[in-house]
Structures are given as structure tokens and as C-alpha cells.
Design a protein around this ligand. Structure first.
Ligand code: URA
Length: 449
């Protein structure tokens, strides 16, 4: 069927009745929608039919392909090296990109990274980067290539030219209750990642209260779909299922997380964040052909922190993006929020659970996040945890420190932080940070070495 002949009603009916659409049919629909020849109401009906009846692997790949080719697809083949990126499905305190990208680049693997902004309870890499004075993520594609070539890494924001169909479809999904569909999510993520010019991809698929996918089974299905799409496009793709039941690390909020990333790059990072960082970085180094196994990649990742090369790379990339390297080298000089207030526990006990979603919402209320796409964020706002799951807290001991310029929010946020923790008299089981690996051969239990 040519684009001219498209009969949207018959395609919507086909999906409504649980039948499969061909590659060409999906491409025609997406193309017609992107070119304003298909109205929102018909695309909404198609999205709802896809939400309810699902898309198989071939349909998900066709959807990805049409969204990918709705914009430019970068060709970085003239830049030497196997280009590898990481994508996380997002969480609270997830600053891993800031630590692992310089690690991987310092090990000789080029990292072309296009990131997004935070929305709701989750933070976004771009907001964190922009908390560094001067740091520019809004760069031309020419500059993107230049920085990648010179630094072996680049950190940019999504441009209008990358997968524009996804942008329109995502906005429509947002208002038609069709966001939470695994094939639609997978197509959306992969169309943007494949447009970056990568050769291979590592995925951090999070599950738990602070994650997009609350249930591990759903996260596994998403990981399988993402890996399936990556492999269909000829890009080696490895996913890990990681825990987002509590915030990652101790810092939540834009600059506070940049500061914790600096600690990580200087060898003083929090154990939970660093365990996942080294695994993801090690896998990227392996996929980038600078290590013959993931384990060797992890060793290289750790060594780059120990010998200072990863931190040196970070300073150099901040400079390339016009950021102020002074605050990176002397983070204590960064302007603090006007109000820094402790959250005090009125009871003692072991911290059994932390509600990462509720804590992410506290960070938003303190000024670090946004409710709507165009809201401004406060770079200095957020909180620093003093305790994590498994720690014992005494009555009158500090659970966390709130940083904010919105004084009126402090009492409510303190209460919310206390409500977000569950105490117990006995020591809880240790949280497993990394649950599974998903690759082209299937789902495997992850055994921590
Ligand atoms: N992130 C995306 O990029 N797309 C989705 O559909 C969901 C999360």
C-alpha cells in the first residue's frame, strides 16, 4: 500500500481485532501522522488498540524504524572506535551517566550520549549537567561530532531533528493514557538511541517504587523488548535489571548529584551507585572492544577511577561543553540553597524500606524537579540522605538534610520524608542491586562477583 492509499480505519480495525500489521502498514501510519495527513483522533485510536492488544517484536521494530527515520540518523562511522551508549529507564538519585561516561571514555571507548530532562519524581541528566555554570547541552550536530572526536564523549540534549515522530506520539500518548505500554515505550526509547549513531548499547532497566516499571516482571519484559529491538537493528544490546526501591546513592537533586558524581570519580562514591556504575561501564568497555570480558571491563573501569584518568576526563569534558571547571575541582565553592534543614527521626529502628517515589516527589517539591515539561528547576535544591535501607537510626538522629530555596515547603517535606521510611526492630535483608542480565540469549540471574 502506498502512503497515498492509506486507509487508516482498516489499519485501526486490524489492530483492534488483534491482528498483526505489516512493516509497511506501520510505516505508512507513522509517516502520515508525522506529515499531518492523519488526525490525532485516528492515531489515538491506533495507540489505544496497540496498548490493549500489544505489538509483537516485528511490529515494535517497525514502529521503531519509522520513528527513527522520521528524523536524522547520525552516521559516526568516520570517528574511530566502537561507539557505545547507556540508557537508563530513570529513577531517583540516578546520576550514573555522569560517572560512567567519563570512565568509559577514559578507557578509549567513544560515548555519544543524548539525554533527556527530568519529569515528575525522576531527575534527568540534562538538568544535572546544566547545574554546572556555563555547561551547554544545546549544541549543533557539527559541534556534537567535534566534541566526540576530541574527547571520546559528548553529552547533548535531544534536538528537533532526532526522532520527531516520537516527540509527537509521546505527547499524544501522554494525554490518551497510552504511555504504559511496553512496545510503545521500547519503540520510543530505541528510536532516539538508534538515531545517536551508536554501535552498541547498554540498558539499565530499573524496577521498584522509584522506577517507571514498579514490578520486576514488567521490567524484564521491557528489557527483553528493548534488547530484541536493538539486536534487530544489528546493535549488540545488553540490559541489566537494577533495583530502584530506594534512591541511588545519598544525594538527590541536580547539583547535589553532580557533587556525588565527582566523589564517585574520585574514588569516594556510594557503594550502591558505584556497584552498578562499574558493571554498566565494564559492559560498555567490553562492547567497545577494549576488554575481552565484562569482568575485565569492570577492572578497567575501577582502575580508571583509581589512577585519576576518569576524573581528568570529566574536567576536560566539562570544559569542552563550556562549563565552569572551577566548581568541579572545588565543589565546596558552589552556592548553596538558602535553607538547609535536617529531618529528624522521632523513633529508632532499622530502616527496612524507603519509598523512592515519595522521596523523588519531595525533591520535586523542594525545587529540584518539574511537574510540567516547561517548569524551571533549581540547581541547588534536593536532599542528602544520612541513612539508607539496612542502617540503624536512633531517635532524634538525622535521616536527611533538605536543601531548598522554598522555605514554605520545608515542614511538609520533612513529614513526607519521615512517612517515606519504614522502620523495623530487626535488621532487614540486604537489597540486591543487580537482579538480572538480559541479552540476545535471554534472561539470566545476575550473580554478584
Ligand atoms: N521514556 C521514553 O523515552 N519514552 C517512553 O515512552 C517512556 C519513557
Amino acid at each position: 500500500m502506498s502512503v497515498k492509499d492509506i486507509n487508516p480505519v482498516s489499519l485501526i480495525r486490524k489492530k483492534r481485532d488483534g491482528l498483526e500489521l505489516t512493516d509497511g502498514e506501520i510505516q505508512d501510519l507513522i509517516k502520515a501522522y508525522t506529515e499531518d495527513r492523519l488526525p490525532d483522533y485516528q492515531m489515538s485510536a491506533f495507540l489505544m488498540a496497540s496498548f490493549l492488544n500489544g505489538l509483537n517484536d516485528e511490529e515494535a521494530a517497525a514502529l521503531t524504524r519509522s520513528m527513527l527515520h522520521s528524523g536524522i540518523v547520525l552516521d559516526l562511522s568516520d570517528i574511530p572506535g566502537v561507539k557505545v551508549d547507556k540508557h537508563s529507564t530513570g529513577g531517583v538519585g540516578d546520576k550514573l551517566s555522569l560517572i560512567l561516561a567519563p570512565i568509559v571514555a577514559s578507557c578509549g571507548v567513544p560515548v555519544p550520549m543524548i539525554s533527556g530532562r527530568g519529569l515528575g519524581h525522576t531527575g534527568g541528566t540534562l538538568d544535572k549537567l546544566e547545574s554546572i555554570p556555563g555547561f551547554t547541552v544545546d549544541i549543533t550536530l557539527e559541534r556534537y561530532r567535534e566534541i566526540l572526536e576530541q574527547e571520546q564523549m559528548v553529552l547533548a540534549g535531544q534536538t528537533e531533528e532526532i526522532a520527531p515522530a516520537d516527540k509527537r506520539l509521546y505527547a499524544l500518548r501522554d494525554v490518551t493514557a497510552t504511555v504504559e505500554s511496553i512496545p510503545l515505550i521500547a519503540g520510543s526509547i530505541m528510536s532516539k538511541k538508534l538515531a545517536e549513531g551508536i554501535d552498541a548499547l547498554v540498558l539499565d532497566v530499573k524496577f521498584g517504587s522509584g522506577a517507571f516499571m514498579k514490578k520486576k516482571e514488567d521490567a524484564i519484559r521491557l528489557a527483553e523488548t528493548l534488547v530484541g529491538i536493538g539486536e534487530q537493528f544489528g546493535k549488540e544490546t545488553i540490559a541489566y535489571l537494577t533495583n530502584m526501591e530506594q534512591p541511588l546513592g545519598y544525594a538527590v537533586g541536580n547539583w547535589l548529584e553532580v557533587k556525588e558524581s565527582i566523589d564517585g570519580l574520585q574514588g569516594n562514591g556510594p557503594d550502591d551507585a558505584m556497584e552498578i556504575t562499574h558493571l554498566l561501564a565494564g559492559t560498555m568497555i567490553y562492547l567497545g572492544k577494549k576488554a575481552s570480558t565484562v569482568e575485565e571491563g569492570i577492572e578497567k573501569s575501577r582502575a580508571s577511577v583509581k589512577d585519576g584518568s576518569a576524573f581528568k576526563k570529566w574536567v576536560s569534558i566539562v570544559k569542552a561543553h563550556d562549563g565552569d571547571t572551577g566548581v568541579i575541582e572545588n565543589p565546596e565553592t558552589y552556592p548553596k540553597a538558602d535553607h538547609i534543614e535536617p529531618v529528624i527521626s522521632s523513633k529508632s529502628g532499622y530502616i527496612k524500606e524507603m519509598d523512592a517515589f515519595a522521596m523523588g516527589m519531595v525533591s520535586l517539591e523542594l525545587g529540584a524537579g518539574r511537574r510540567a515539561k516547561d517548569d524551571d528547576v533549581d540547581p541547588a535544591a534536593g536532599f542528602l540522605l544520612h541513612k539508607k535501607v539496612g542502617d540503624y537510626i536512633e531517635e532524634n538522629e538525622t535521616l536527611a538534610e533538605l536543601h531548598t530555596n522554598k522555605k514554605s515547603m520545608i515542614p511538609e517535606c520533612k513529614d513526607e520524608m519521615i512517612r517515606a521510611i519504614t522502620l523495623s526492630e530487626t535488621s532487614p535483608e540486604k537489597i540486591t542491586q543487580i537482579a538480572n542480565r538480559v541479552d540476545k540469549d535471554g534472561v539470566h540471574d545476575y550473580i554478584t562477583r
